[in-house]
Every structure is written in structure tokens, then in C-alpha cells.
Write a protein that binds this ligand. Structure first.
Ligand SMILES: Nc1nc2c(ncn2[C@@H]2O[C@H](COP(=O)(O)OP(=O)(O)O)[C@@H](O)[C@H]2O)c(=O)[nH]1
Ligand SMILES: [Mg+2]
Length: 325
């Protein structure tokens, strides 16, 4: 590692916000050897609490994250926000009013806000998100909040690293509840029905409660809360429930209904990412590999034969797994 990078790393571990911002940019743009950086970062992680907020667009996630952030700041805790929703005011994509609303946090040095583009990044979005979360954690951020939109596979992958995940729905989310059913309770540690000022809030709360009762018994009963994020109603109770779940999770180490990311699983994932990255790099410069790739694309060779040819060629294997920046 270069002296400049070592220096940047030291400053990051000291909690220097500018070093953190710089390192995230370097990692995101792959201007550094991510594996080397993250290997050095890893031993300094695990102190922060990771919170996930997910739910359909317009449910009030960003509004809630704003209020929850204020609540943690009032407790003197530092907060990092990773926004993955491209329309999030944290990503600068929202209406003017929303951005003004967030302004108080932009001016607060105890809040570190970062948005991640949904564009293809090293190993995909969940990989990039995990790295950014870790960099914030290593920089000493107390609470790292991840906002993602939707409840699909990417959200599931991202939420695997969260200690506590809050799923935010609204009275109009009946169809989401119907189509997701058990999938929702796999993601959620806490349910929020936001926009509680609207008709239908109680009905959807009942639906969620009934759904939870079908779950196998657990030491943690998923709470269903009614909130009005814009008016800061119910936020205090939400923060209490989140803290209670985080404490429960950290105490019992209970593997949740979804399979949490284990170090071993992550290592395998990293190998796959490294191989994929290497493949894309090598095929641009290695004529024989490019030829194989062309044959697979044209159907002359099938993917099984292609994979076998690569696995049985030590020179290719070495090249694919090599890290180059
Ligand atoms: N009526 C009502 N509107 C809300 C509430 N919470 C948020 N909103 C509004 O819902 C819209 C979407 O909120 P936003 O936080 O951007 O949703 P996100 O897409 O889930 O992040 C905004 O105009 C908010 O002001 C609420 O409790 N009641
Ligand atoms: Mg949002």
C-alpha cells in the first residue's frame, strides 16, 4: 500500500470525515485495490450499529430516516446515512422541499451522508453497500443507516448485514403485503405503517399482525407501529423498538429467519466477485480467452464446457483471480 493510502487509512480510522469521504470515493470508483483496503479496514469494524430502512417508493423512508437521525443525534450519537434510493433527497434527487428538510443534517458534522448510485459497481450494489457501511463503521460512526427502495433481492442482500431492519409501509401498501406475504416478515424486524393519518392504516396493521402470528415462535416478536414521519409522531417509539431489537440481536446472536451473512459466505462471495472482475479484465487482453468467450456467445461452445476449459487451465485461473488496479 502506498504511503498516501496508508496515511488516508490512518486518518479514516481516526474518524476524519474528509478521509472517510475520500476513501469511499476511491473504493466506489475502484481507484484502489479494494481487497487490500477492506482487509485492513475489517479488524476495525463491528462497533457500529447497522440499521436498514426499506419499503416501497414514497412510503416515507427518507422522511423517517431524517427523524430517526435527529433522535440519535439528540442522544449524542454520530450517524452515517447510506442512501441507495436514486430519488432520495440524500442523493440529491428529490424535490426542493425535501432537500431543504435535510439541510440541517448536511450542516451537522455528526452526520455523514452518502448516496450510492444503482449503476453497476464492483461485485454489484450489495457488495459496494457493504464496503461503504464498513468504512463508516471503521471511521467510528455509531449508527449507520441504510435506506433502500423496494423489497427485492438486492434489498434482502443489503439487509443481511443490518442488525435491525425496519420495513416501512403505508395504508395503500395492501398489494405489497399480499404479494410479499412471508417474504416481508423475513426481512422485517420492525414494521412501520407510516402516513397513519390516512384511512386504512389500522386495516393494514391488522393484516401485518396476523401475518406475524403465523411465524414460528421466536424470542423477538416483530412490532407493528403506526407513525406519521412528517409530524414526528411515533418516531420515539420506533427508535425504542429498533434499539430493543438491536440489543436482542447482539445479545442472542440469533440467526434470523433470513440467512445472515457469515464470514465464510462472504469469503466465497468475494472469490466469485474477484473471478468475475478478472474475467472481464482478462478477456479484453487475452486473445485465447476472448476466443472462448466468442464461442460461448455464438453457441459454438456451451457454458459448461467453457467453465470447464477455464477451470482446467492454471494460467487462466491465476490470471482471473489476480487483483489489478
Ligand atoms: N401524509 C403524510 N405524508 C408523509 C408522511 N411521511 C412522509 N410523507 C410524505 O410522503 C412523501 C414521500 O416521502 P419520502 O420520505 O420521500 O418517501 P420515500 O420514497 O419512502 O423515501 C413526502 O412528500 C413526504 O412529505 C406522513 O406520515 N403522512
Ligand atoms: Mg427516499
Amino acid at each position: 500500500m502506498s504511503d498516501a493510502l496508508t496515511n488516508l487509512m490512518d486518518r479514516l480510522l481516526d474518524g476524519d470525515r474528509r478521509a472517510l469521504a475520500r476513501m469511499i470515493t476511491l473504493v466506489e470508483s475502484r481507484a484502489v485495490d479494494i481487497a487490500t483496503v477492506m482487509a485492513k479496514i475489517y479488524p476495525h469494524t463491528g462497533k457500529g450499529t447497522i440499521l436498514g430502512f426499506t419499503g416501497p417508493p414514497g412510503a416515507g423512508k427518507s422522511t423517517m430516516v431524517d427523524k430517526v437521525t435527529a433522535a440519535y443525534r439528540a442522544q449524542g450519537k454520530t450517524v452515517g446515512i447510506v442512501a441507495i434510493d436514486p430519488s432520495s433527497p440524500f442523493s440529491g434527487g428529490a424535490l426542493l422541499g425535501d432537500r431543504i428538510r435535510m439541510h440541517r443534517h448536511f450542516a451537522d458534522t455528526g452526520v455523514f451522508i452518502r448516496s450510492l448510485s444503482t449503476r453497476g459497481s464492483f461485485g454489484g450494489l450489495s457488495r459496494a453497500t457493504r464496503d461503504v457501511i464498513r468504512l463508516m463503521d471503521a471511521a467510528g460512526v455509531d449508527i449507520v443507516i441504510v435506506e433502500t427502495v423496494g423489497v427485492g433481492q438486492t434489498e434482502l442482500d443489503i439487509m443481511e448485514v443490518a442488525h435491525t431492519t425496519t420495513v416501512i409501509l403505508v395504508p395503500e401498501s395492501g398489494d405489497v403485503v399480499q404479494t410479499m406475504k412471508a417474504g416481508l416478515t423475513e426481512i422485517a424486524d420492525v414494521f412501520v405503517v407510516n402516513k397513519g393519518d390516512r384511512a386504512g392504516a389500522d386495516a393494514i396493521m391488522r393484516e401485518l399482525t396476523q401475518m406475524i402470528e403465523l411465524n414460528p415462535p421466536s424470542g423477538w416478536k416483530i412490532p407493528v407501529l403506526k407513525t406519521q414521519a412528517v409530524k414526528n409522531i411515533g418516531v420515539e417509539e420506533l427508535v425504542e423498538k429498533i434499539d430493543a431489537h438491536t440489543a436482542y440481536y447482539k445479545e442472542t446472536g440469533e440467526q434470523k429467519r433470513i440467512i445472515k451473512m457469515t464470514p465464510e459466505k462472504e469469503m466465497i462471495e468475494l472469490l466469485a466477485v474477484r473471478m468475475e472482475d478478472g474475467y472481464l479484465r482478462e478477456k479484453a487482453s487475452d486473445g485465447a480467452l476472448a476466443e472462448l468467450c466468442g464461442k460461448i456467445a455464438s453457441g459454438e461452445t456451451n457454458p459448461y464446457e467453457g467453465a470447464k476449459a477455464i477451470a482446467e487451465n492454471p494460467a487462466w485461473l491465476t490470471a482471473l483471480f489476480r487483483i489489478e488496479n
